[in-house]
Design a protein around this ligand. Structure first.
Ligand code: FAD
Length: 391
């Protein structure tokens, strides 16, 4: 899109902000920077998700909680997002025999989580970007290099051409494997650590049946099985996206169709007929389990030149359902600090200082939940070990 004449005329006085990554955090950040009067260029590696036939990538749906809702409300989008979200009032636990029990999140005030489609949410945010005359979206632009001191960047576009660009402030919202963070890592004083866990995940589906959900819709369904587990979140089309998380060594042991069906009959006997044997075999063997990484780093900024937000700053394992929510909360916090009209380097330093301990804590909580699920409930481990030994 062309920049509006009004925005172009004021360019001399307005800060040029380049946001790298138009995922959930980047598109929300673009809205906020634009509402503060900056000239925003939003660069995204993938095609425009609104035009994509198939969207590649992580989890199809996510649990939206208070942190994310607050950030959406601040830009007037909460109602729009909740209109198509599905409330999840508690956990529905599925035991090994297929019996279920419910644990409500909040029996008193009835607060709940919402299952939102990643794509729908991203589309709402991008549509809101489109409505702002001072946001320009550049899809199919992959950041390939950046000089943070000079504010210069190079992107490769869909025709494999190199596109040079510059900005006063570069904001990396480019996810766990952030290219912007790679530049920060080179700078003195930047601390960085990452940890892969030995658990991977893959996504399966419980389709709708006769136009309806096959399980009660308003719950986050969990099949806890000690060293591994399965969860399912409801989708708008009345299907459930099912995420199977387990150690790579267990994935590796499941080699044949019979291995898989036996494994499900033993561990997820109520889910198997809902997924359907043929669908399970197709979905399980078509993809490889994905890795999960936890990343801590700081500072999140470099002078008044660069900043990282969301997974680029604090990727976490998904067992606390807070990665996106925390990334959105970054934007809320940052917007509040920028509103104080401090010099930009001071504002960004204040952001790092007020954010890093909370971000580290939520990464730790997510990891703790993972370890707890893996190690602290030993009930099923003996059974699984026995099963593994038979393979
Ligand atoms: P991303 O979503 O990774 O977006 C980064 C964007 O940057 C992408 O669009 C990418 O294409 C683009 N990009 C990358 N590199 C470049 C480049 N070089 N140039 C240009 N663009 C680039 N969180 C929750 O809050 N609730 C949940 O229930 C939940 N469930 C999850 C389940 C699973 C299985 C997983 C893996 C994660 C889950 N999360 C959840 C975490 C959540 O997915 C992330 O925290 C969230 O997506 C982070 O958003 P982001 O915008 O920072 O990064």
């Amino acid at each position: 899109r062309q920049e509006s004449p009004e925005a172009a005329g004021e360019e001399g006085r307005r800060r040029r902000v380049a946001i790298v990554g138009a995922g959930l955090v980047g598109s929300l950040a673009a809205i906020n920077f634009a509402r503060m009067g900056n000239l925003v260029d939003l660069y995204e590696y993938r095609e425009d998700i609104r035009q994509a036939v198939v969207v590649q990538g992580r989890s199809i749906n996510l649990a939206l909680s208070q942190r994310g809702r607050k950030a959406l409300a601040a830009v007037g989008l909460e109602e729009k997002v909740l209109a198509t979200a599905i409330p999840m009032r508690g956990r529905m636990l599925h035991d090994i025999r297929g019996n279920t029990s419910v644990v409500l999140y909040d029996p008193c005030t009835k607060q709940c989580l919402y299952s939102v489609g990643r794509r729908q949410l991203n589309e709402v945010l991008l549509d809101a970007c489109d409505k702002l005359p001072n946001v320009r979206c550049h899809f199919e632009h992959k950041l390939t290099s950046a000089n943070l001191r000079e504010g210069s960047m190079e992107f490769r576009n869909v025709s494999k051409e190199v596109v040079a660009a510059s900005a006063d402030l570069i904001v990396g919202c480019d996810g766990a494997f952030s290219s912007v963070r790679q530049q920060l890592v080179r700078l003195p004083g930047f601390n960085y650590s990452q940890e892969y866990i030995e658990t991977g995940y893959l996504e399966l589906c419980i389709p709708s049946k006769s136009g309806d959900f096959q399980m009660p819709a308003n719950y986050l369904h969990i099949w806890p099985r000690n060293s591994f587990m399965m969860i399912a979140l409801p989708n708008q089309d009345k299907s459930f996206t099912v995420t199977l998380s387990m150690p790579f060594e267990v994935f590796a042991k499941i080699r044949t169709q019979n291995d898989l069906l036996d494994f499900f009959k033993l561990n997820f006997r109520d889910a198997l007929p809902l997924i359907g044997e043929q669908q399970l075999l197709k979905d399980f063997f078509k993809t490889r389990p994905q890795h999960l990484v936890s990343i801590k780093c700081r500072p999140y900024h470099y002078a008044d030149k660069a900043l990282i937000l969301g997974d680029a700053a604090h990727a976490m394992v998904p067992y606390y359902g807070q990665g996106m929510n925390a990334g959105m909360e970054d934007v809320t916090l940052l917007t509040g600090i920028l509103g104080k009209q401090l010099p930009l380097d001071e504002a960004l330093a204040q952001f790092t200082e007020s954010r890093w301990q909370d971000a580290f804590a939520i990464c730790d909580l997510a990891m703790y939940n993972y370890v707890e699920m893996r190690d602290l409930t030993k009930r099923w481990s003996f059974r699984i070990r026995k099963w593994l030994d038979t393979l």
